[in-house]
Design a protein around this ligand. Structure first.
Ligand SMILES: NC(=O)c1ccc[n+]([C@@H]2O[C@H](COP(=O)([O-])OP(=O)(O)OC[C@H]3O[C@@H](n4cnc5c(N)ncnc54)[C@H](OP(=O)(O)O)[C@@H]3O)[C@@H](O)[C@H]2O)c1
Length: 322
């Protein structure tokens, strides 16, 4: 087993391999089964996962509701990271619906209801750029902390200027960011900044939405209701997908006897800036494979050198625009 790591100054420690629960919401990543999703959460807990990442908007609340069902009678075993911000977002004004700290507090009451709990461990602001309502989130969080409804809070972004301004009050505890072998851009400025500011780093995208598991090829298709269909249907995205697959082929050549998903996860947890990776898993088998990546320990210097030759430190591409 790996050692637990701190989530910044929140006072919370987590096992470095967690789980992301967007896909189990059931509306964006193709078909799912609630029974299988609940089994996956329970199996994660049995194995030793402590950090569970969800959001108000995943499956229009269904992901939070499933986690709430899974937590019944054992809430204390879970460290819950959830998010708020995109529901009701006004695209024309580029502003969230949370136009006052009071509205944040009302919104969090809804997160709590769906999660069937009376506290959230880490509440994350999902809006990844400065918008007119950002400050309301911070003021609301400080009040929620005093009320015991959240233990800590943070933001999801890969914009260094926004991150700087977000943490300038000294209150936030965590950053959630896309980071993987394909996207090492956070290594340049963001990770050193997080270290200096004592921010816990929650990594998403570690498997690059499945690409880094090595299971896709140029003929891969995606089912109805899976947003990854645009990788095939949109010519620009298809070109990018094929480019990513060429990098994956280089990894396969360099690591012929390794499970690529395991390598991708070990790469993340080998970076000391990282507190926890949250690979998305829809099934028990995926969860078990992701969790057991930790059994092989951190990357050796030789393994890291081989990766550096394929994607140099600080390089790669931003996979999500934010
Ligand atoms: N803050 C934000 O804005 C934001 C954005 C994105 C994600 N997230 C969070 O991050 C979590 C992870 O999402 P992600 O984008 O980072 O995805 P990811 O973890 O890079 O990839 C997840 C997908 O890869 C496939 N997969 C997972 N484990 C696998 C395994 N062992 N073998 C083969 N395939 C496997 C599954 O899809 P298939 O089986 O369908 O291929 C799964 O849905 C989300 O659940 C969410 O909690 C947050």
């Amino acid at each position: 087993m790996l050692k637990e790591r701190k989530l910044g100054k929140s006072g919370i420690s987590v096992y470095p391999i967690g789980i992301g629960l967007w896909a189990i919401g059931g509306k964006t990543w193709g078909p799912t089964s609630d029974r299988e999703s609940l089994d996956t959460i329970s199996r994660a807990l049995d194995l030793g996962v402590t950090f569970f990442d969800t959001a108000d908007i995943y499956g229009d609340g269904h992901s939070e509701e499933l986690l709430g069902r899974a937590m019944q009678g054992r809430r204390d075993k879970f460290i819950v990271g959830t998010k708020i911000g995109w529901i009701g977002f006004d695209g024309e004004e580029n502003a969230s619906a949370y136009t006052s700290p009071e509205k944040i507090i009302v919104g969090v009451e809804d997160n709590l209801k769906r999660l069937h709990t009376d506290y959230i461990d880490i509440l994350q602001w999902h809006v990844n750029f400065q918008d007119p309502t950002t400050e309301n989130f911070i003021i609301g969080c400080e009040r929620l902390k005093k009320q015991g409804k959240i233990r800590g809070y943070g933001v999801s972004t890969s914009d260094i200027d926004y991150l700087r301004s977000f943490v300038s009050t000294g209150g936030p505890d965590t950053l959630q960011i896309d980071y993987s072998i394909l996207n090492r851009t956070a290594e340049k400025e963001i990770f050193p900044f997080c270290r200096d500011e004592n921010l816990g780093v929650i990594v998403r995208g570690g498997l690059a939405m499945g690409i880094l598991t090595g299971k896709f090829n140029p003929e891969t298709t995606f089912p109805e209701g899976d947003f990854r269909r645009s990788w095939i249907e949109n010519p620009d995205q298809k070109e990018q997908f094929l480019e990513d697959l060429r990098v994956v082929d280089k990894l396969k050549d360099a690591f012929p006897s390794q499970n690529l998903a395991e390598l991708a996860i070990r790469f993340i947890i080998s970076n000391p800036a990282v507190s926890v990776i949250i690979p998305g898993a829809k099934r028990v088998s995926q969860l078990e494979s992701n969790f057991h990546a930790g059994d092989a320990g951190l990357l050796t210097d030789q393994e890291m050198d081989a990766i550096n030759h394929i994607v140099a430190p600080g390089k790669g591409r931003k996979i999500w625009p934010a």
